[in-house]
Design a protein around this ligand. Structure first.
Ligand code: PIF
Length: 390
């Protein structure tokens, strides 16, 4: 299946930049927020200028940029070193957020989907918006070395100057060759200076990584994302320790979530992960990494295979990417009212929405129902019915 139409695509030259730089100015975040104090912000339609041209489904895919760390883990015999690579991957998931405090991702409509097949990185990824209120995005990523799934739900706390985003849910990483099943929690993210001045993003709190897959490996990794004392002091620092079944420290790691992670103690520490260099002019292009730039690319080699619900077809996000703010805003409002209409019809008929490619599992998370890639190949999405999202 996976080989069929991607052998050519792995050779394809991907785009190096977005079609248009970010058009700045225009939105007064303060006026929006002050008009909605005390309200759940996820229930307020925000102007499209607050958005960057990727959505939360694609944001989950961005976290796969450094998946080679999971490939390395899958080829590492020593369970404590496997934990080190899994921890490095977990830290790397935050790297792309460093340059991204200025905007928010698009909020997908219910039933919106996204796929990303990257033979060059060895994975294929799917995601779907499985709930609208509250917004929940679920994803599933598979390769011959690992499977990763997670769903992301947020609790927003708006503190006036800053906004805290408290994630709910568990990230699962399976390494089938060792029977490992790692579970980890995400830490709190905070956007500072939301109303005025330079916005910046911070992640803090403790992440615990446990291997629940085997009884032999009871090691645990605790990753601490440190709160900085100020904008310029010890920012983005992380520390991690891997402890064995007796609680003895086997490995320690340190670094910065936006830069690099080291194993051991200085000066003999070795670099386990380093963030890729940013593309030229990234500041003008929403602070996107090269990998992010590629996520919303649409061309003839892929469009015939995608379901009509794929984010790449969503017109407001496409128009924003092209720099057409007015067109994007008009489409955003149109798409939102279509969604309200669908919701009204469901309510009138007492029907609850069922996600197409994910199902709710007993362990309190959304998991893939395993149908996406089969249906994509046979009969193909062009032969299937989908509701019209835009
Ligand atoms: C709309 O989403 P927006 C609202 O949900 C609206 O209620 C709904 O109408 P309905 C519309 O259909 C939606 O399109 C609001 C909210 C959405 C997220 C999740 O896109 C990501 O207009 C948040 O936005 C991550 O936004 C933030 O939630 C990380 O998109 C940076 O709550 C927020 C975020 C607030 C951001 C503050 C500014 C940060 C720079 O009638 O169906 O209810």
């Amino acid at each position: 299946g996976i080989e069929k139409d991607n052998t050519d695509r792995s050779m394809v030259q991907r785009r190096l930049r977005l079609p248009s730089a970010c058009v700045s100015g225009g939105v007064n975040v303060w006026s929006i927020l002050s008009a909605n104090i005390g309200k759940d912000l996820s229930k307020v339609a925000m102007p499209v200028q607050l958005n960057e041209p990727v959505n939360t489904l694609q944001r989950l895919c961005e976290e796969m940029e450094y998946c080679h760390l999971l490939d390395t883990a899958a080829h590492t015999q020593d369970p404590h070193m496997r934990m080190v690579y899994v921890a490095a991957f977990a830290v790397s998931m935050y790297a792309c957020t460093f340059t991204r405090a200025g905007k928010k991702p698009f909020n997908p409509v219910l039933g919106e989907t996204y796929e990303c097949e990257r033979p060059d990185k060895g994975f294929r990824f799917i995601s779907e918006q499985v709930s609208h209120h509250p917004p929940v995005s679920a994803c599933h990523c598979e390769s011959k070395n690992f499977t990763l799934w997670q769903d992301v739900r947020w609790k927003n706390k708006f503190w006036g100057k800053s906004m805290e985003i408290v994630p709910v849910g568990t990230t699962h990483i399976v390494l089938p060759c060792f029977g490992d099943h790692y579970e980890l929690n995400r830490v709190t993210s905070c956007i500072h200076n939301i109303l005025s001045g330079q916005r910046w993003i911070e992640h803090y709190g403790e992440m615990t990584i446990k291997n629940t897959g085997t009884i032999e490996d009871t090691s645990v990794c605790k990753v601490t994302f440190l709160k900085s004392k100020s904008r310029s002091l010890n920012t983005n620092d992380v520390e991690a320790v891997v402890t064995d079944s007796e609680g003895h420290v086997v490995h320690s790691l340190f670094g910065k979530w936006n830069e690099a992670l080291y194993l051991g103690d200085p000066p003999s520490a070795i670099c386990i992960w380093r963030a890729n260099p940013m593309p030229e002019d990234y500041e003008q292009y929403y602070g996107f990494t090269q990998f992010t730039v590629e996520l919303n690319e649409l061309n003839e080699s892929i469009s015939p295979f995608l379901p009509p619900t794929d984010t790449r077809f969503r017109p407001d996000q496409r128009l924003l990417e092209e720099g057409d703010i007015a067109g994007a805003e008009e489409q955003k409002e149109r798409i939102e009212s279509l969604q309200r209409e669908r919701r009204r019809l469901l309510q009138e008929n007492n029907i609850t929405h069922t996600p197409r490619f994910f199902k709710w599992s007993e362990d309190d998370s959304w998991i893939s129902n395993g149908t996406y890639w089969h249906l994509r190949e046979d009969p193909g999405f062009s032969k299937l019915e989908f509701s019209v999202l835009w």
